[in-house]
Design a binder for this molecule. Structure first.
Ligand code: LLP
Length: 455
């Protein structure tokens, strides 16, 4: 039975219904994207990515302070993304040499890159300093020594910020909390003042400020405010104890997004304005100048810009218990349900205007019982060959994808107003094997047995 569905009823950014009643994303018919690129595939809306960047920048512009918005590359980074971010005037939080390399290859300016990570290797630090990236966020004291050593060998002075564990336990999934007292990221706040002399004593490092990141998928401001207070109090203590000015305060990322109807995030501008207001208030109370504020949104920029398309390849009903729709992807392109019990919403593209008539479980094709993408979703009666779209799959999907079970990763497509093109080609079997090597002694056996193991 068909129901009238409007664009508003789908209520997802970038979606529309065309004159032939087909579902379109960024002006591209989902059915066409599936037939052009095969499934599974990831599709990103260029307009949504740009809008989300602009929303951050516009909100900060209104606040009348010095600021920088760092996109957290770990959420999704490819060269085309680096290109868009650069055009939008964003900076970048890179968490590895690999991300720095990708950004530079995508034409991203080195000076706007901030290098994160709690165990940066020597090679990565050399690489970052040789490429003149803007700032290194020091995570621990071993790293402080290492960066000083390498900067001295290279005869450079490096801008640094230092990550602090603020001791704020944000209410989000435990695996994506990072500000609690026992976090593995940063220097415990109670030790920071004692360590500070070592930080400013380094001849090749220029102390710029402090950083914290309390967690991800945060749906209200309560914990940001607590963290801001801890951090500003620390800035005050540094000034009082050591007469050193902290120019920059980086409050991390973490703003949540809508995966399902139940997630009601703050808008980006509400988040920015409330955060900055609170920072100003606390600085005023402490009689401090407001430092330059940095934020590091990943998910808030890219999550809702991305969707995933799958084809249903098998349907299995276990009478009285469960009905499975099995799609041609799963935990290797979206590990979030199995890692964080993440929940998603989806539609059957070619039946999107039909009334839901059954409750099913959408499972993937990987050899793990835990490879379930959605438990209990109401959908119209599905058939093999139907196309499914999953919403809000832009963040930590492609970035966390794997080749489990020997499946090539899906292609990544950029769409803009009816245009579409590849940002990453789908992998091939050859690609999966390109780094495989058979050690020479095995090679000899292989020739000897010629593929026949029976002597
Ligand atoms: N800054 C730092 C230092 C971070 O560690 C992170 C995320 C961010 C910024 C960006 O956070 P966002 O705005 O994206 O929440 N794989 C998990 C998320 C891990 C987040 C890691 N750090 C997931 O899929 O939920």
């Amino acid at each position: 039975m068909a129901i009238t569905l409007t664009k508003e009823a789908i209520n997802r950014p970038g979606f529309d219904i065309d004159e032939e009643n087909k579902l379109v994303f960024e002006g591209c018919r989902l059915e066409d994207l599936a037939s052009n690129y095969g499934t599974p595939n990831y599709v990103f809306s260029e307009n949504i990515i740009r809008e989300k960047c602009r929303e951050h920048i516009k909100a900060f512009d209104k606040c009348n302070i010095d600021y920088e918005v760092l996109y957290a590359g770990k959420a999704f980074l490819v060269q085309a993304m680096a290109h868009i971010l650069n055009e939008e005037g964003m900076s970048l939080d890179a968490s590895s040499g690999g991300e720095i390399y990708m950004a530079l290859e995508g034409g991203f300016p080195a000076e706007r890159i901030y290098f994160h990570g709690n165990n940066k290797s020597k090679e990565e630090i050399y690489f970052a300093l040789e490429k003149n990236i803007g700032t290194i966020i020091i995570d621990n004291l071993c790293e402080l020594e290492l960066v000083e050593q390498i900067a001295s060998i290279l005869n450079k002075r490096a801008n640094i910020m230092v990550r602090i564990i603020p001791g704020v336990d944000a209410n989000t999934h435990e695996k994506i909390r990072t500000g609690q007292v026992d976090s593995k990221f940063g220097i415990p706040i109670q030790d920071f003042l004692n360590f500070f002399p070592a930080i400013i004593a380094k001849k090749h490092l220029i102390y710029q400020g402090i950083h914290c990141h309390i967690g991800s998928q945060l749906l209200n401001m309560q914990f940001y405010h607590l963290a801001a207070r801890e951090m500003i109090e620390m800035i005050k203590s540094i000034e009082e104890n050591y007469k050193v000015k902290t120019n920059i305060l980086n409050l991390g990322g973490g703003l949540g997004v809508r995966y399902t109807q139940e997630d009601v995030p703050l808008s980006i501008s509400e988040y920015v304005i409330q955060l900055v207001d609170r920072v100003k208030e606390i600085c005023h109370e402490k009689q401090l100048a407001v430092p330059k504020i940095l934020v590091e949104p990943g998910r808030a920029i890219i999550a809702e810009a991305g969707i995933t398309l799958y084809t249903i390849g098998a349907i299995k009903e276990i009478k009285g218990l469960k009905k499975y729709l099995i799609v041609d992807g799963g935990m290797a392109d979206n590990p979030r349900p199995s890692l964080y019990d993440a929940r998603y919403e989806a539609l059957i593209v070619n039946k999107f205007a039909m009334k839901p008539s059954e409750t099913v479980t959408v499972a993937g094709r990987y050899c793990e019982s835990g490879d379930v993408l959605i438990e209990n979703i109401s959908l119209p009666r599905a058939e093999c060959g139907d196309l499914m779209v999953f919403f809000t799959t832009g963040a930590y999907h492609y970035a966390m994808s794997s080749n489990y079970n020997g499946f090539p990763r899906p292609p990544v497509i950029l769409a803009n107003n009816g245009k579409h093109g590849l940002m990453v080609q789908g992998e091939t079997y050859q690609y999966l094997n390109q780094n495989h090597v058979i050690p020479d002694w095995l090679q000899q056996n292989r020739n000897k047995y010629n593929g026949n193991n029976s002597k």
